[in-house]
Structures are given as structure tokens and as C-alpha cells.
Design a protein around this ligand. Structure first.
Ligand code: PGA
Length: 263
């Protein structure tokens, strides 16, 4: 079984562009844009062999997009599944595009927990994103107790099959982020082997769902990725980048991770 997965990886090698994505969560005031200026200046000196993205709070998307240049993409952390209407406090995919976003994170475990977003809703959010031309980053991850019970593969596959959107005609771009819930913000990470097994499974489900397009979709690892562990995690088969929370808030840390990706 693992052998099959490894072969699948080999088919995909080289076809997937690495993406280093930062998720600022509910952090960042206008003063934090100084970090973005540092990031864009540093990116200009580095190879462009990986993509770089920051997802700030919605209040900063427009201002960040205005200074991000052509090497740093900007994304949202959430979108509603409808285009507009009576949904107080919500933001549509179209609004994110209008503010300068190119990607949107959907189904982050913090949204699933804090706002009871279920996989069926995540699927509809990703569909709304795709219809406006945004690239959705669909997050999946297991609880610590599920890993301990040996249910990780089953849980990940189940969440993926319920959360992955139907691709509208002409859309091919989608990103999946594997984020073990117990690794987010804790400093704990799975072993490299454990990460490799889950990423191989995610690749298999992507290919099952989207055929050849599924070979080109980046699979990010997220959960306590830092400058000190990024190179090792990024060297694992089928890890095509990272979704980085805490370490994306400081330009030096975030750029160190990008450097590991382009080294
Ligand atoms: P962390 O968060 O890097 O702070 O663990 C990752 C995430 O939740 O996307």
C-alpha cells in the first residue's frame, strides 16, 4: 500500500509548485504592514521557484495587496458560500477578489470549531471561491485522540471526501493543507514518516477526485512549522509547502521558511 503511494508521488514529482503560505489568523494591525514591506524586499532577492502567500485578517487585505508587489500573493482566511446578501459580518469570495486576494483558506480547524463550520459548508465555500477565480486552500486534520486510536487515515479521507468541491468548468487550481489539530500552535509535530503517509493519502484522494489535475495540486503541511523544522518537513515526499501561523507574523521567520523551500 505504502509502495503504491510512493509511486504515485514519483508520478507527481516536479509537477507541483511549492507554496509557502502564512496565516495571520486574528493578528495584525496596520502597523504589521511593516513586516510585509520587509518580506517583499527580501523576496525580490530570492529565487522565484516557489510561490509565497500571506492571509491577513480581512481588514488588512486591501492595504497588503497594495504593497505586496508581484512576488507575494494575498489571501483571505474565510469566505461565505453566497455572493452577497443578508449575512451580517460575513465576507464573500467576490469581496475578497475585489480587495486583491488571490487565495482563500477554507475549513481551518479553528473555523470548524469556533463557528461550527462543517465539511459540507466548507465544500460550498470552496465552490464559491472557485467560481470567483480564487484558489481555495482546503484544510483537513485529525484530533490527537483520533491519531492515538489509529484513525488518522480514515478521518482525513472522510473529511476530504466531504470537503472537496466540484471543480467548475475550466478551474484546475486547488490546494489542500494537512493540519493535525494537535500540532497547531503547540510546538508539537508528527514524525516525518507520519507526515509522509498522510500526504500520500491526500494525493491519492486528490487523484481519485480530480484525475490528472489532482497530481498538480499543492499539499501543504501546517502545524508548528518553523524555521528550525521547515527544511526537514519540506523534504518529505508530497509535502509541497507549508501553511504557517505563528512563524508567519515575523518577516525574518517567514522568509527563513521560504528560503528553505527554494534552497
Ligand atoms: P501554527 O498554525 O503554525 O501557529 O501552528 C498553523 C495554522 O493553524 O495554520
Amino acid at each position: 500500500m505504502l509502495g503504491e503511494r510512493v509511486n504515485l508521488f514519483k508520478m507527481g514529482t516536479g509537477m507541483v509548485r511549492t507554496l509557502i503560505a502564512g496565516n495571520w489568523k486574528m493578528n495584525g494591525l496596520k502597523s504589521a504592514l511593516a513586516e510585509v514591506e520587509k518580506i517583499t524586499a527580501r523576496l525580490a532577492e530570492l529565487p522565484d521557484t516557489a510561490d509565497c502567500l500571506l492571509c491577513p485578517p480581512a481588514t488588512l487585505i486591501g492595504a497588503m495587496a497594495a504593497i505586496s508587489g508581484d512576488r507575494l500573493y494575498v489571501g483571505g482566511q474565510y469566505c461565505h458560500n453566497k455572493t452577497s446578501g443578508a449575512h451580517t459580518g460575513d465576507i464573500s469570495a467576490e469581496m475578497l477578489v475585489d480587495s486583491g486576494a488571490r487565495y482563500v483558506i477554507v475549513g481551518h480547524s479553528e473555523r470548524r470549531d469556533d463557528h461550527a463550520e462543517r465539511s459540507a459548508y466548507v465544500k460550498s465555500q470552496a465552490g464559491a471561491a472557485l467560481r470567483t477565480g480564487l484558489i481555495p486552500i482546503v484544510c483537513v486534520g485529525e484530533e490527537y485522540a483520533q491519531r492515538k486510536r489509529g484513525e488518522t487515515a480514515e478521518v482525513i479521507e472522510r473529511i476530504m471526501r466531504k470537503s472537496l468541491p466540484t471543480m467548475p468548468e475550466g478551474s484546475h487550481d486547488l490546494v489542500v493543507a494537512y493540519e493535525p489539530k494537535w500540532a497547531i500552535g503547540t510546538g508539537e509535530i508528527p514524525t516525518m514518516e507520519e507526515i509522509g503517509v498522510v500526504h500520500a493519502l491526500i494525493r491519492k484522494v486528490l487523484v481519485d477526485t480530480y484525475g490528472m489535475d489532482g497530481l498538480k495540486m499543492p499539499i501543504l503541511y501546517g502545524g508548528s512549522m518553523k524555521p528550525g523544522n521547515a527544511a526537514e518537513i519540506l523534504s518529505v515526499a508530497e509535502v509541497n509547502g507549508g501553511l504557517i501561523g505563528g512563524a508567519s507574523l515575523k518577516a525574518d521567520d517567514f522568509i527563513s521558511i521560504y528560503e528553505a523551500a527554494v534552497a
